[in-house]
Design a protein around this ligand. Structure first.
Ligand SMILES: Nc1ncnc2c1ncn2[C@@H]1O[C@H](COP(=O)(O)OP(=O)(O)OP(=O)(O)O)[C@@H](O)[C@H]1O
Ligand SMILES: [Mg+2]
Length: 269
């Protein structure tokens, strides 16, 4: 049971963009997918969600091939926050978050209002329901999209099956307090028995919140393990091509990662 990624390879435009990725993710786990731009992170999570059918291999959720599941079935078992979302129409926040409930059977108007209100509260956007999405700030828009995804997924476990929550760079537009709040939502989803996968560029959030890091580079899974173990070796510095130090401030629950910044010498005039 859980999510099984079995020898997945993806090609696009005649190029191999993901190669031979194999991993298993158990319910109750939050995995952070990290790696440089273009490494294949979004492609991997699209394969996990069933949005992109692999050229070779397959992804199974509790035994079922995700690219063979009917869209309505898939929508009940997993929800995805994409890296970018464009909305071309003047929808209100309420309407967008409510889209997440479309596939759920038996949701009447009163329940719909309640669920949307709850999801907006979870992302710290109480009272935003009547606002026009397009007029919100970038970070507010990102949190509205997360609320939509939370409405869609509902509880982390249903009928004894863990649901899959996939977040592709969910914190890219957020201030630090909201970054922590959003990762805490993913953490709680996993702690309550769900399967959570987050693509992250912030190594501190990845290390601080996840049970496990999957590191992609050039379309390959180059490391997969506990954050503390991966921090010890040179692997992260090599993957990102930058020196970094790991610090463990007294009293902090998790280590922090700092990249080495270039010296800013005064420019000669
Ligand atoms: N449909 C496509 N056609 C051609 N190339 C593609 C396609 N989709 C992705 N790629 C290429 O595959 C590689 C991996 O893309 P992907 O979006 O998975 O990267 P990523 O790790 O999510 O990067 P980022 O951190 O910038 O979001 C990139 O080089 C990208 O240009
Ligand atoms: Mg991406």
């Amino acid at each position: 049971m859980g999510l099984a990624i079995e020898g997945v390879g993806v090609t696009a435009g005649g190029r191999t963009i993901l190669q031979n990725v194999t991993a298993r993710i158990a319910p109750g786990t939050l995995v952070a997918v990290i790696g440089p731009n273009g490494a294949g992170k979004s492609t991997l999570v699209k394969a996990m969600s069933g949005e992109r059918r692999p050229a070779v291999g397959r992804v199974r959720l509790h035994g079922d091939d995700v690219s063979a599941l009917a869209p309505a079935e898939l929508a009940m078992q997993r929800a995805v926050l994409p890296q970018a979302t464009s909305i071309a129409f003047p929808f209100t926040v309420f309407e967008i978050v409510g889209l997440g409930l479309r596939q759920r059977a038996g949701v009447d108007a009163a329940m719909r209002r309640l669920e949307v209100r709850r999801a907006l509260a979870a992302v710290d956007l109480e009272g935003f329901g009547e606002r026009l999405y397009q007029r919100l700030s970038g970070g507010e828009q990102q949190r509205v999209q997360l609320a939509r995804v939370l409405c869609q997924i509902g509880k982390p476990v249903a009928d004894d099956r863990a649901k899959l929550l996939i977040l592709d760079e969910p914190t890219s537009s957020l201030d630090v307090r909201h970054q922590i709040a959003v990762l805490s939502i993913a953490r709680r989803f996993a702690d309550e028995g769900g399967l959570a996968v987050a693509v992250l560029h912030d190594l501190n959030l990845a290390v601080g919140f996840s049970d496990r890091l999957m590191v992609l580079e050039g379309g390959r899974l180059v490391a997969d393990g506990k954050p503390e173990e991966l921090l010890e070796g040179p692997m992260l510095a090599e993957t990102f091509g930058t020196r970094m130090v790991v610090i463990k401030p007294p009293g902090w629950a998790r280590p922090a990662v700092l990249p080495d910044l270039p010296r800013l010498d005064p420019q000669p005039r």
